[in-house]
Design a protein around this ligand. Sequence first.
Ligand code: 5GP
Length: 119
Amino acid sequence: LDGTYDEANAFALILQGKIPSTKLYEDEHSYAFLDIQPQSKGHSLVISKWSKARNILEVEDEALAQVMATVKKVAIATRKALNPDGIHVAQFNGAPAGQTVYHLHFHIVPRWVGGPTGF
Ligand code: 5GP
């Protein structure tokens, strides 16, 4: 759970436009885009555009509030677009918990009855 923010992590490069991404939503503080290896159709990720938090343990309250407001917007838009039966909102801290990219992010994963339940 310890470590320093890597300025060249994949999501930092996405924010800089150095790695392409499929944008779903953006505002002054947050960015939402499709996951490159989706667990289901419409799997997306939401990140802060300014916080250099690696995980939820170190995020500023303001950045967290901004990101969660966007998580809610994207979840609502995902329901409207895809009519899933459920939606996972998930966030991992540390490699043993499944974290692979060390820029705080929230997964929004649509789920359907009979489909994978995930993670
Ligand atoms: P974690 O396991 O760290 O919570 O999730 C990282 C997520 O980021 C994974 O679901 C992975 O597919 C996604 N991901 C990793 N690199 C990229 C990338 O370059 N572009 C996009 N769109 N998603 C990525």
